[in-house]
Design a protein around this ligand. Structure first.
Ligand code: TRP
Ligand code: SF4
Length: 333
């Protein structure tokens, strides 16, 4: 059998180009293998718990974007974390054996506390975020986990937790998972920083062509190029990043004209926006189709849940037997 793969996305809103190029494109290469793509709604709740949430609506946005981006439910399993209760069970179990120090030292945790400073995140659930993520991965005995670089500490913790489990209970239940990092470098947003919902600098898969043109027009360019006569440096220009990605035929011309001040940024942006819209058209078409077929989306999730639970319940039975909470082979349905 091919390698088991699992990854997840927190449903905190519509997906943007950074998610598409950084994550979904990676997933697409892996579908067809034994792959599970999860919508991590419990993980969204760790930071969005403060009022009645919109997480359930966002679950639909994310799966619609997954499908629009080209994930094929015939070739992979798409499911919602909270619909598979074994995630919560295994997270609770792994919490028993995870030392607090491992979680408190986690660099992603420390960064997030700073970044989301307006929210009260000194909670048990937020500190335990990586324990839940370890449960997600280990439940499926995944060996490959496509993620961004920021998730590497969580994978390291997952391996440490698995080793500790094996050491304590003398049973090798879990393989040690490894990351598959995205090939595309950091995707710049409209302001040149990493594209991220919290920076409000995103182009969304659901954006209409007009919105895309408007957003691209507002993009920052080479900050050293103040006037049309100034020679530019395309390598520091986020507009050029997209030319490299989407305009392979013209990219050399764009670069040399920019360096020689032979092209203006407005025209350069319009050319790029055209390419971007061409790239996004089929995605938008698929998105509109799935938005109209919500019942089919529900079906996809229902099938995903069944398939995910098959695997998850097997693993959970092994875990309970290893720990000694249930006798081997005894299964509670
Ligand atoms: N923490 C991941 C993120 O923010 C999402 C996630 C949850 C995940 N569970 C996972 C990723 C399991 C990979 C595997 O991007
Ligand atoms: Fe960027 Fe194009 Fe302007 Fe050069 S001409 S700075 S590549 S937008």
């Amino acid at each position: 059998m091919s390698l088991r793969i699992l990854s997840g996305t927190r449903p905190t809103g519509k997906l943007h180009l950074g998610n598409l190029l950084g994550a979904i494109e990676n997933y697409k290469k892996l579908q067809g293998q034994d792959s599970f793509f999860m919508i991590a709604d419990w993980h969204a709740l760790t930071t969005e718990y403060e009022s009645h949430t919109e997480i359930a609506d966002n679950v639909y946005e994310v799966i619609t974007d997954y499908l629009a981006g080209g994930l094929d439910p015939e070739q992979c399993t798409i499911f919602v974390q909270s619909e598979v209760p074994e995630h919560a069970e295994l997270a609770l179990m792994l919490g028993m054996i995870t030392p607090l120090g491992w979680l408190e030292r986690n660099p992603t945790y420390k960064d997030q506390l700073k970044e989301l400073a307006g929210r009260e995140l000194h909670t048990y659930g937020f500190l335990g975020y990586p324990v839940l993520q370890a449960a997600d991965i280990l439940l499926y005995k995944a060996v490959k986990v496509p993620v961004g670089e920021d998730q590497l500490p969580h994978l390291e913790l997952t391996r440490e937790i698995a080793r500790r489990f094996h050491h304590l209970y003398g049973a090798e239940v879990f393989p040690e998972p490894e990351a598959i990092l995205t090939e595309v470098p950091r995707i710049p947003g409209l302001d040149g920083r990493k594209m991220s919902k919290s920076y409000n600098n995103c182009i969304y898969l659901a954006d209409s062509p007009d919105v895309v043109i408007k957003k691209v027009k507002s993009m920052v360019t080479d900050p050293g190029r103040k006037r049309r006569e100034d020679k530019g440096n395309p390598e520091v220009c986020p507009v050029f990043f997209y030319h490299k990605l989407l305009n392979a035929d013209q990219v050399d011309t764009v670069a040399s004209e920019c360096r020689e001040a032979q092209r203006g940024c407005v025209d350069c942006k319009l050319e790029m926006a055209g390419k971007l819209n061409e790239f996004m058209d089929p995605i938008r078409e698929r998105r509109e189709k799935w938005v109209r077929q919500k019942d089919q989306v529900k079906d996809i999730l229902a099938r995903g849940r069944v398939r995910a639970r098959e695997v998850a319940s097997e693993t959970m039975a092994e875990v309970m037997a290893a720990v000694g909470l249930r006798r081997p082979k005894e299964r509670v349905k």
